[in-house]
Design a protein around this ligand. Sequence first.
Ligand SMILES: [Mg+2]
Length: 355
Amino acid sequence: MPAVRSVETRIFEDPANPQLVVAVTADDGVRGVGECWWGTYRPSLPPGAPVRPIRSVIDELLAPQVVGRDAEDPGALAEVMEAETSQYGDGIVRAAISGIDIALWDSIARRDGIPIVELLGGQALASIPVYASLDWLGEEAAVRHDARAAVAAGFGGVKLHEHDPALVATARDEVGPGVAVMVDVGGRFDATAAVDAARAYAASGVEWLEEPVAGLRDHQALAVVRAGSPVPIGAGENEYTVDGFRRMIAAGAVDVLQPEISKFGGLTPALEVARIAAAGGVALCPHNFSMGPSFFASLQWALATPGASWLEMPWLPGHPGFPGGIAPPPIDAGAVALPEAPGLGLPEWFYRSWE
Ligand SMILES: [Mg+2]
């Protein structure tokens, strides 16, 4: 049995958001990489500050527990990590666990020379449609410019972070009827205002309304909005546990479940999350705002999931990639296919860069 030899963390600085990547290396030399949630970015914070608390959980609490244990049993390691941190709560701890877990799965698949999708039960989808998650733009010319650029880059959908129905209509006008338009208001409204907004957006034929209410984990309020909304409701990026997704779906809170793999524990709980979504009759559309290892983990997961319908890709002008230099995968006919490289599908040089 290969044992974990080292757990290393590295922060990739970026003007848009710093990213925290984890490398797990086994004593047979096989290495995998994972990524944690990138925190809450504020331009006023010092470089790396949003992810340093997460890095500390890994370096101080988790790595000492993981080193020396079986590198091919991520379920057992997840239990060890959860036991070690059970008195700390979820948030930052779950983000830290996610990075190590993704790295373990990557290393296992790379040892066998297969993509992670094979370990998740095999490929269910030939490709997954991707939408461009646009920046916060705020005015018509910028919405037109970025929506047009995203469609030209091949995306099958564009997601706005606007709340003005006129800007939603602008985006629809710009992309035409064949491209999906999503609206993410980031918890802006109370339930009554959210229903009013959903009715206004419906005129523009939107794919879903995301995180409509201020309580991001307020399942009851989401259910009220969903009951009154003419458009599907999406949420889930701020749930940190499998149980959270279970309660969210049981409450009738969403039509579209948007788990963030770098927050809820990584690939070990991902199969159960997909099962819960399927049993609840909701679409799985993984949240993502990275182009690093966590994007590739969500890609492998989506391709293993028959009920996955969209995968999010950030579209920040000037920042289309990952600060670590990994290129985004090609988009063909609005969708991304399985990468050729084993594991997550990342290039070999990225692993060597940790030596
Ligand atoms: Mg969102």
